[in-house]
Design a binder for this molecule. Structure first.
Ligand code: SAM
Ligand code: SF4
Ligand code: SF4
Length: 341
């Protein structure tokens, strides 16, 4: 069937679906899964409660019929999910899906894994790396993982044709903000696109404080003072990262200002958790249980109608309300490692 236009209550289309394939991760980033709170006794989801690849592929097909054209696999760490390339191979041929990408910490992205993902139909990859300075990065990832191994992962992705590779750096004042220029300098002229992400108040466990956010504006000023940059046009309306290019031809960077310049009015993203709950905002406090419907034999038409109904009812704009300093809902927010970035 032809994709439909599915609009929410604020007139926003349903275009992207982020699929979290696991809530587990082999890192303990301070801003996401601090090791003090995600210790050896932390209860991750039992395997039986995760959606299997058939269930994910079926839901992705129904989302595509409602207008989704972009999929992103995330987590937790998506590469800890066994045979993830087999899921990519199931998603790539879905009619209407034009783009499949994956966000990873890179620790398991060997040359063979990168090739398997590309062969299965993955189009693009984002590798997270928060610092070039080893001591800083090892402290931030919480498990002492070295920078050099992530740089290798980035090379492996590019060698497999998953280029340009995007590199995500979450900037946190007092932790890695001093590495902004070093990171920019390292990735200039490599063809990789470094994206600076404002530290967000996702979840309840990272002890977020506004004074630890480094505003995108400050990042642009600091980089521009070292290497002149100019704004570049967005690839499409509502692109989340603001693009800047080096005037000397050194490539481009992206700035994601979710805190200081929220982009809720263009937010076309739905999120599917590893256990099959549908979230219409990164800051949601409740999800819609799709797994219960899938596992109770609901047919495609009824399931598609439910998905559309959830999207039609959507009015989320958490980040805009945060910046208007409106009192926000006090509910228990969903953790980033559960819902995916
Ligand atoms: N484990 C994978 C990784 O780290 O790339 C994928 C999941 S991770 C939750 C997705 C992205 O969210 C990563 O780039 C991560 O740095 C980012 N992230 C996690 N917590 C964040 C926070 N509090 N603020 C901003 N970005 C965050
Ligand atoms: Fe793991 Fe990614 Fe969260 Fe870091 S940001 S703890 S790598 S899920
Ligand atoms: Fe989208 Fe929610 Fe983020 Fe706004 S706060 S951009 S609605 S995910």
């Amino acid at each position: 069937m032809l994709p439909m236009e599915t609009l929410d209550s604020l007139g926003r289309h349903l275009r992207d679906l982020r699929i979290s394939v696991t809530d587990r991760c082999n890192f303990r980033c301070t801003y996401c899964m601090p090791k003090e709170l995600f210790g050896a006794d932390h209860a991750f989801l039992p395997r039986a409660s995760l959606l299997d690849f058939d269930e994910i592929a079926r839901l992705a097909r129904l989302f595509a019929e409602l207008g989704v054209s972009k999929l992103r696999l995330t987590g937790g760490e998506p590469l800890v999910r066994k045979d993830i390339e087999k899921l990519v191979a199931r998603l790539a041929p879905i009619p209407g899906i034009a783009d499949i990408s994956l966000t990873t910490n890179g620790s398991l992205l060997t040359p063979a894994k990168a090739r398997a993902l590309a062969d299965a139909g993955l189009k693009r990859i984002t590798v997270s790396l928060d610092a070039l300075d080893d001591a800083t990065f090892q402290r931030m990832n919480g498990v002492g993982f070295p920078v050099a191994r992530v740089l290798e992962a980035i090379d492996n992705a590019a060698a497999a044709g998953l280029a340009p590779v995007k590199v995500n750096m979450v900037v946190k004042r007092g932790d890695n903000a001093s590495d902004i220029e070093a990171m920019a300098g390292h990735f200039r002229h490599t063809g990789h696109i470094l994206r600076f992400i404002e530290y967000m108040d996702v979840g309840n466990t990272n002890g977020w404080r506004l004074d630890e956010v480094v505003a995108g504006r400050e990042i642009v000023e600091r980089i521009g003072a070292r290497w002149p940059i100019e704004p570049a046009d967005p690839h499409y309306r509502g692109e989340v990262a603001k693009r800047w290019r080096y005037v000397d031809g050194g490539g481009e960077i992206g700035i994601i200002t979710s805190v200081t310049q929220p982009f809720c009015r263009n937010c076309t993203r739905a999120r599917l958790s590893a256990e099959g709950a549908l979230y219409t905002c990164l800051f949601a406090t409740r999800g819609f249980d799709l797994r219960a419907l899938v596992r109770s034999g609901t047919d495609d038409d009824a399931l598609r109608a439910q998905l559309a109904a959830v999207w039609h009812g959507r009015s989320d704009r958490y980040s805009e309300l945060r910046s208007l300093q409106t009192p926000l809902q006090a509910g228990h927010k969903i953790e980033m490692s559960y819902i995916g970035g």
